[in-house]
Design a protein around this ligand. Structure first.
Ligand code: SF4
Length: 402
């Protein structure tokens, strides 16, 4: 069924918009992931062929060429409604705006401090037992809030020169590394053969127990999740995958089927959302998103407070908003549907969980807690004579008065 995207939908239904803006495209081409990549929307002219841009968007597109490239797959572009609405949540994620050239005093090029933890070009080793392997700087489409916009898409202020052989040598020598996360960029835009070789090489290192792929390809380019790719991936279990969905409208019929193919290949799926102003910074949108994710066999895993990336201040929202969303989910819906809200501590401090205040008081004798309805309960603290901890209050005082 062909259904053009509209701004009025609440995003609850799984809808296919194919072929949408590309009505003359044969289904076999539409379903070919290489055709989707070749036909991405990358220029102002292509954009204006389909949608009326605002002045802010037109200026943003003209200036995006030396910051983070514009690219949107036809599949994802079809989620943008025809009517002029620069505030549409899908549009805000992928169409550049002039605000990207603004700088706020908090902005940083490398907000997670990755470059200073890179023992080999392309390998981030920040935590004791796990590494982040940046295998490419290319993605199927480019997210305007990308944490790695300094390198991703190849037009930003830095270049990524991953040294694969040196990385494999480093990993062989560092026996403490048991978990490798492949990211970038997006590893799933590689060919099946290249993915096979890469995962095979990592699996040959005996102390690496766990492989993960962080990817937005199933969302931007569901056609890429072919049975052949799934056959390659399932050779390398335990292999987990973190996908990246921000708004329920991104979960189309094609995306649901792609996620099901991955799940059927035995790949546990988690979702990471970024909290974005005007995209998903309200409880109702997030509730719909987490429920749809469970229907796609994806566990909502993290909601990230948007990193302090250069030019992203127009997409950032308050930390309080994230806490409010968790407060509205926890206890009110299925526990599996409730992600962990985190801030990636600026400068390289790692992910810090941020929760509503459920602990009202805690000392060596008792803990006083509140539930999702605001009711207060006391639980005795027994048998902890040897446990060293400071009541929360003391941490506050230390911070405030030092
Ligand atoms: S898919 Fe991930 S790496 Fe690529 S632009 Fe989006 S956020 Fe950045």
């Amino acid at each position: 069924m062909v259904t053009l995207a509209t701004t009025t939908g609440d995003g609850k239904a799984f809808i296919s918009h194919a072929p949408g803006y590309w009505p003359d495209t044969a289904p076999e081409l539409w379903n070919d992931w290489k055709w989707q990549l070749k036909n991405r929307v990358t220029t102002l002219e292509q954009l204006e062929r389909h949608v009326d841009l605002s002045d802010e968007e037109r200026s943003g597109v003209l200036l995006s060429g030396n910051k983070l490239a514009l690219a949107v797959t036809p599949h994802f572009f079809n989620l943008i409604p025809r009517e002029k609405n620069p505030d549409d949540p899908i549009r805000r994620q992928v169409i550049p705006r002039i605000e990207e050239t603004w700088t706020s005093p908090y902005d940083m090029a490398d907000p997670c401090g990755e470059d200073s933890h890179m023992p080999v070009p392309g390998l981030v080793h920040r935590y004791p037992d796990r590494v982040l392997f940046l295998v490419t700087d290319r993605c199927a489409s480019y997210c305007r809030y990308c944490t790695r916009s300094r390198v991703v898409s190849g037009v930003g202020e830095q270049e990524l020169h991953t040294d694969f052989e040196e990385t494999f040598r480093y990993l062989e020598q560092h026996t403490e590394v048991r978990d490798v996360l492949l990211s970038g960029g997006d590893a799933l835009i590689f060919s099946d053969d290249k993915i096979d070789r890469l995962l095979g090489r990592l699996r040959a290192i005996s102390h690496i127990e766990f492989l993960r792929i962080g990817t937005r390809v199933p969302i931007f380019l569901p056609q890429r999740i072919t049975p052949a790719l799934c056959t390659v991936l399932q050779k390398y279990h335990p292999l987990w995958m973190s996908v990246h969905v921000n708004h329920p409208r991104e979960l189309t019929i094609e995306v649901k089927e792609a996620l099901e193919r991955l799940a059927n290949a035995g790949i546990p799926l988690g979702n990471q959302s970024v909290l974005l102003k005007g995209v998903n910074d309200d409880l109702e949108t997030m509730r719909t998103l987490v429920h749809k994710l469970l229907m796609c066999r994806v566990r909502p895993y993290y909601i990230y407070q948007c990193d302090l990336i250069n030019g992203s201040s127009h997409l950032r929202t308050s930390v309080a908003k994230g806490i409010e969303i968790i407060e509205g989910l926890r206890g009110h819906t299925t526990g599996y549907a409730v992600p962990q809200f985190v801030i990636d501590a600026p400068g390289g401090g790692g992910k810090v969980p941020i929760n509503p205040g459920y602990i009202l008081y805690h000392d060596n004798e008792k803990i006083v807690i509140r539930n999702y309805e605001g009711k207060i309960f006391e639980y005795p603290e027994t048998g902890n004579e040897n446990v060293q901890f400071a009541p929360q209050r003391e941490y506050h005082d230390e911070y405030l008065y030092s």
